[in-house]
Design a protein. Structure first.
Lengths: 219, 219
DNA sequence: AATATTATTTAGACAAATCTAAATAAAATA
DNA sequence: TATTTTATTTAGATTTGTCTAAATAATATT
């Protein structure tokens, strides 16, 4: 199966968004890839043709076993390169994502096998996320943590522990809701506040009080 | 200057073919990139627009100083990755070209700077070819050697030391002439013969007697 | 249930990179 | 020099991945 970079990116996004057995919406993929829903529909037809996704008009998208296998290969490549950048080239964990995003598309079984070996066959990447093995086996991802304790850089809001309407109102005003993706820009130790950013919007700061109550999972 | 992978590959080919100050022909580039002359003409217009090449209809192509600068960056990336693959991942020199061909298009100044450092800032790649430094400075390439002593994998025929017509006739029959590119497939120690391949043609073997008289330079 | 809103798809267009076939220019040869 | 051959360019088409605007389906709201 020879995939283009664009196709690989779609597969990866669908994998990322398809938590458990749910189906992924056109809109969600478009948002994830910073593209338009119409483009997602177009690509969905191609990936269905290649039997990498299940897709019926208006019914959402999900990976086939074959699609999932490929997604895991891409995730494996991405995370191994992140390890390389951090462990061997002394990058810090927040700089590696963009570069790994490119390196992950270099396809060579042998390269990845040897890279993994060279790195000591790590099982988690610098963000703590598990690295699938060569057979695509991956350990279950971490349980939810509150935003103030999260270690990953890119997070998805998975819940709010304080249901007070004032918090929800505040989050709503900031554009934070279930499924919102956040990037951690900086943590300030003096007050445990955290600066976060939602894709394409200016960064803003959340107090410890708030971040304690936002439950997230890393992406 | 943000270039596509295709544009980078054209720049690299032109650099490779443009030895000294000569101008490069449409056909030569098409052959090098295994594409069609018409496609080269199309791309030439784009690269001229971007001021990376000098190009006038029917007059051949040459890099501008800016184009050359970019070419050297690509060559640098390619050769550093080859070092990495051989030195760190234990690839053999004849396996690395294709993979480096992909890795070279990952653009990140910082990545390349750190990779170079990690490798001990090597000045030649595993084939003995010089690696341009961060400023694009490159040491003069090696003088011609006879094919039986060449260490590089991809060679270009630069001359024949024995001018006997029987040799020239033989070479002609094999499709070897000035400027022909050869890939070394294998060397056989028992008789010092060498198996070579011309792009897209089946491999064939040259005796020591013949290879001694073919002067080559590495590409 | 009727209507409004949101999500998704279709239709038609565009840019990049390529191709083939035909036209034209340059070079080689008779 | 005239002619043939080779190299190069143009014209028009194709594929991939994308877009906008309009149409349609699904969902939410009154």
């Amino acid at each position: 199966m020879n995939l283009t970079v664009a196709e690989e990116n779609y597969i990866k996004s669908i994998y990322k968004l398809q938590d458990g057995n749910t189906v992924v919406s056109t809109n969600a993929i478009a948002y994830e890839l910073a593209t338009k829903p119409a483009s997602v529909t177009d690509m969905a037809k191609k990936l269905k043709e290649k039997k990498l996704i299940d897709y019926e008009k208006y019914q959402g998208i999900s990976l086939t076993p074959e699609g999932r296998k490929i997604a895991l290969q891409i995730v494996r490549r991405h995370r191994l390169w992140e390890c390389f950048l951090v462990d061997k080239l002394s990058f810090s964990w927040n700089e590696v994502h963009e570069i790994a995003e490119e390196l992950e598309h270099v396809r060579s079984e042998k390269l990845i096998t040897r890279l993994s070996n060279f790195l000591g066959n790590p099982t988690t990447d610098p963000h703590g996320d598990p690295i699938p093995d060569a057979m695509g086996r991956i350990s279950k991802s971490q349980p939810l943590v509150s935003l103030d304790k999260a270690t990953a850089r890119r997070l998805e809001v998975a819940g709010v522990s304080d249901q007070s309407s004032s918090l929800l109102e505040f989050l709503n005003a900031k554009g934070i809701r279930l499924g919102t993706q956040l990037d951690i820009i900086e943590r300030y130790e003096f007050d445990n506040s955290v600066e976060v950013k939602i894709r394409n919007q200016p960064a803003f700061t959340l107090s410890e009080q708030v971040s304690k109550n936002i439950m997230v999972k890393s992406l």
